[in-house]
Design a protein around this ligand. Structure first.
Ligand code: PGA
Length: 248
């Protein structure tokens, strides 16, 4: 049985008020994750300790230590007891030119240290327009998951069409579900049916308190990765409430 996960990716921002998020996470039977900027990880971990809110990181490097100016070692994250790490977010891929091969190395390192990667995949607008969205996502999955043999249960996938991120143009529930089903089939062909049926697949791209319900009604959408709407505590809490009710 897959648990619903609502994750807030704060990117290079801070939430206005975390109190409502903690409150709704504690009373709803779903998983809630906040993903602050690195320098605030420890503070947010302290603020949420004793609550049901998980705290995750937005990225990590695939080496543990050395001359890598500006990078963050996965060991530092472990020291802070961070379990979830976003990998391959489209902003990392497109703005910072991260390659599928680097993402694959990060996936392997993250899993080998017993942490849970949230692997982001998704096509650009041009790729969808030219009907290449499935090939693109299939390729991203194949490379990122290529060298992985252990801790498969820990992997979470986030399908985030690039054209839907921060634009207000969310995918329709049917279009999102079509891709989630496709991703589940790909996972099945790589890791087998059992792993695939247990894997949590999130949708991301302009999710908010108005569209979350219809997305979560779909069989293969297990939660959401939310940017903009996770920055206002009340709004994010409203999403958690709705997800909690959908789960009953
Ligand atoms: P958005 O961002 O909800 O603001 O579209 C989602 C994401 O980038 O993870």
């Amino acid at each position: 049985m897959r648990r619903i996960l609502i994750a807030g990716n704060w990117k290079m921002n801070l939430i206005d008020n975390i109190a409502p998020v903690i409150e709704s996470a504690d009373k709803n039977n779903i998983d809630v994750l906040v993903i602050p900027p690195f320098v605030y990880l420890e503070r947010i971990a302290i603020m949420t300790s004793g609550s049901k809110v998980f705290v995750g990181a937005q990225n990590m490097y695939f080496q543990e230590k050395g001359p890598f100016t500006g990078e963050t070692s996965p060991l530092f994250l472990k020291e802070l007891k961070i379990n979830h790490v976003l990998l391959g977010h489209s902003e990392r891929r497109h703005i910072f030119k991260e390659t599928d091969e680097e993402i694959s190395l990060k996936m392997q390192k993250c899993l080998s240290l017993g942490m849970t990667p949230i692997l982001c995949v998704g096509e650009t607008e041009a790729e969808r327009m030219s009907n290449r969205h499935k090939v693109i996502v299939e390729n991203q999955l194949k490379i990122a998951l290529g060298g992985i043999e252990n801790n498969l249960k820990n992997i979470i996938i986030a399908y985030e069409p690039v054209w839907a991120i921060g634009t207000g143009n969310t995918a329709t529930p049917n279009d999102a579900e079509e891709m989630h089903l496709f991703i589940r089939e790909q996972i099945s062909s790589i890791f087998g049916r059992k792993i695939s049926s247990e894997m949590v697949i999130l949708y991301g791209g302009s999710v908010n308190d108005e569209n979350i319900k219809d997305l979560l009604r779909k069989d293969n959408i297990d939660g959401a990765l939310i940017g903009g709407a996770s920055l206002k505590g009340e709004k994010f809490a409203a999403v958690i409430e709705i997800a909690g009710k959908t789960n009953i």
